[in-house]
Design a binder for this molecule. Structure first.
Ligand code: FAD
Length: 434
């Protein structure tokens, strides 16, 4: 078509919606393209929503957003095949007027978010896939081609919010295809149960919610985590592991999920449930070192498409929303100066992102992915087994003197990892954590 927009946003997930909303609210002529039947139809998340990052976009979101439960408790489980050692935090302080974290269901949430984008004045086209970035003779991005018959659309700049696979940017050579050591494959199921059953099983009342993050032998020595999140009338349960590890071990996501569900700590929580949905999706896990070039001549890349995901803290949607908003604010600044959307001018997006928690957090953990990927058997198999064994030894009252028990536990660590191995792991972990 001959129609020209100020900005085209590719993708209507968390990052794309944040960008499109910010741009449209500022009066820019925005076209947003989404390949799904409706926004959210293709999207998968646990899902924990971080309120502050949404509040920066939709201040009064609590009035009408489809929220499930606000979180009052978090459990971390280190698991072996028959037990788990837990660290639980619960506080009534989380029963606050403006709760900080909620569970959501993305298919519903993204539709709501997209409605806000439309209300702000953006044109949102679903069932439309952007197939190619159009570039002028100097290589500047000037629009996109779509899979529609009259599908060439021109714009001053393009925001790539196309998620982890990001084929459009890859095809245009502006970013590399994610490699097996920078993405995890996660599978997830929704287990439906009556509301009161969920509340009784998890000790919740009203809209209180609880999440469990689980690591250990459930991932068979691969880098990966399981999760169990409570919604109003269903439990979302899943597990994800590094793609490179699936390839090298021959384990399957279905196999892992099945084992996780049958674990004696998990099975009673979902007993009698009806499984209604099954989904699989990639998660960017390469961290700081996998972040591609974030801007160029006429384009910026945001969210999962830019590998902006904090695997250590299981945060992704908040980084997506923040990067989408900051990219939009950068574009607005360039536009308000009447300047062209060149790489030099758009570089303020990176400056803004560098100063935000997004890059500061990812930089803090820059060595963590390599450590976890290289020593996955130690951290996800050996230590969880040793911790379980020690906990059981400690708790079993059998007449063995306590000093003897402590010695047994220490010996089992040393026998399994050796003194130098233990020291090496501790030093590597401390260094990567700094
Ligand atoms: P997406 O949400 O993936 O959106 C990309 C959109 O672009 C999609 O709608 C897609 O259909 C569209 N698209 C792609 N290509 C094209 C194209 N060529 N043309 C048109 N449209 C296109 N994060 C959290 O914060 N909390 C959690 O609890 C959490 N749990 C997770 C659990 C799982 C199992 C997974 C897989 C991820 C989880 N994440 C979590 C991460 C979070 O889901 C992502 O970080 C977030 O969705 C990224 O948003 P995005 O907008 O960048 O990408």
């Amino acid at each position: 078509t001959a129609e020209t927009f100020d900005i085209i946003v590719v993708g209507a997930g968390m990052a794309g919606n944040a960008a499109a909303l910010t741009l449209a609210k500022h009066g820019l002529k925005v076209l947003q393209l989404e390949r799904g039947e409706y926004p959210g139809s293709k999207n998968v998340q646990g899902a924990i929503l971080y309120a502050d990052m949404l509040e920066a976009l939709v201040a009064n979101f609590r009035q009408d957003a489809p929220l499930e439960r606000h979180l009052v408790e978090q459990r971390f489980w280190m698991m072996d095949d028959r037990s788990h050692t837990g660290l639980h935090y619960r506080s009534d302080d989380f029963n606050e007027e403006r709760p900080n974290r909620y569970t959501i269901i993305r298919a519903q949430f993204d539709r709501w978010f997209s409605q806000k984008v439309r209300e702000a004045g953006a044109t949102v086209l679903c069932e439309t896939t952007a197939t190619e970035l159009m570039q002028d003779a100097n290589g500047k991005v000037v629009g996109v081609r779509t899979d529609r018959a009259d599908g060439e659309i021109h714009a001053g700049a393009v925001v790539l919010a196309e998620g982890v696979n990001g084929l459009l940017g890859t095809r245009a050579g502006v970013r590399k295809r994610p490699t097996p050591d920078t993405v995890a494959l996660a599978v997830k199921e929704m287990h439906f149960l009556p509301r009161e059953v969920i509340e009784a099983r998890f000790n919740l009342k009203g809209d209180e919610g609880l999440v469990i993050e689980a690591a250990g032998t459930i991932s068979r020595g691969m880098t990966g985590m399981g999760f169990i999140y409570t919604n109003k009338e269903c439990i979302s349960l899943g597990i994800g592991c590094l793609v490179a590890h699936f390839t090298s071990t021959g384990e399957t996501p279905y196999g892992l999920l099945d084992r996780f569900k049958r674990h004696p700590s998990v099975a009673p929580l979902i007993e009698g449930s009806e499984v209604k949905e099954y989904a699989a999706h990639l998660i960017p896990e390469g961290g700081f070192k996998a972040i591609p070039q974030l801007y160029g001549e006429g384009w910026v890349v945001v969210g999962d498409a830019a590998q902006l995901n904090n695997a250590m803290h299981r945060e992704g949607s908040n980084l997506a929303m923040t990067s989408g908003r900051l990219a939009a604010e950068a574009i607005i600044q360039v536009k308000s100066r009447g300047a062209p959307m060149t790489a030099t001018n758009l570089s303020i997006y990176k400056t803004m992102l560098d100063h935000s928690f997004v890059i500061r957090d990812l930089r803090k953990y820059k060595d963590m992915p390599a450590l976890m990927h290289t020593y996955s058997r130690n951290f996800f198999l050996t230590y969880p087994e040793l911790v379980s064994e020690s906990m059981q030894n400690f708790l079993r009252v059998d007449g063995t003197p306590k000093a003897e028990k402590e010695k047994q536990s220490l010996n089992s660590f040393v026998k399994s990892r050796s003194w130098s191995g233990l020291l090496g792991d501790a030093v590597r972990l401390a260094r990567a954590w700094r």
